[in-house]
Design a protein around this ligand. Structure first.
Ligand code: PRP
Ligand code: GUN
Length: 184
């Protein structure tokens, strides 16, 4: 669906800024330091979860001063909607995962179904170690039982966008994180 500039400006005007761009950059600094400490000597394979993981992955790898390789996968269960459904795999990583230390990077840990399925996929493919990193964790009690290793910031139980996260397919490149009313 196409949204007009006016519609997007109206959305932005009605949205609440939850974390400004400076707070997000500071969170990336902290996360990159934690990741370095934990797996900086392991030559990790960084797996970007498209599409939302694109911006967080770019921001994190720009801070990595250790050897790593990059690949991506595409799995989605929201597809532009504000409520999640079934997970669709659109692309699997092409790098063989056997024996690798894998770092899966995504934008948001919401109910956790997406990351849980991705971690399972990596383990089944023989990864030696699978760690996860998300820019934001949404605070609520509907998680599907997994722990994320590296988390940048918490957000309230509202639909958020910016920093890789979309609003109906738009606004992914916006710095800072904003929330709209309605939807989780
Ligand atoms: O924890 P969960 O409730 O499973 O939700 C988190 C997932 O939802 C978003 O992806 P989405 O399906 O919207 O696709 P996108 O990355 O293309 O935006 C986000 O990028 C995560 O991958
Ligand atoms: N853009 C966006 N994607 C999501 N995927 C799961 N939760 C969210 C959210 O709050 N915002």
């Amino acid at each position: 669906m196409h949204l007009s500039r006016e519609a997007l400006e109206a959305t932005l005007g009605g949205a609440e800024l939850i974390h400004d761009a400076a707070a997000v950059e500071a969170a990336y600094d902290r996360m990159a330091a934690e990741i370095r400490e934990r797996i900086g000597a392991s030559d990790p394979l960084v797996l970007c979860v498209m599409m939302g993981g694109l911006v967080p992955t770019a921001k994190l790898i720009a801070r990595f001063d250790f050897p790593y390789r990059l690949d991506y996968l595409h799995a989605t269960r929201y597809r532009g909607a504000t409520r999640g459904g079934e997970l669709h795999w659109l692309a699997e990583p092409t790098t063989p995962l056997a024996g690798e230390t894998v770092l899966v990077v995504d934008d948001i840990f919401d109910e956790g179904l997406t990351l849980r399925a991705i971690v399972e996929h990596c383990r089944t493919a023989g990864a030696a170690q699978v760690l996860t990193a998300v820019l934001v964790n949404k605070r609520h009690e509907r998680k599907h039982g997994m722990r994320v290793d590296f988390v940048g910031l918490d957000v309230p139980d509202r639909y958020v966008f910016g920093e890789g996260m979309d609003y109906q397919g738009y606004l992914r490149g916006l710095g800072g994180i904003r929330a709209i009313d309605g939807g989780h």
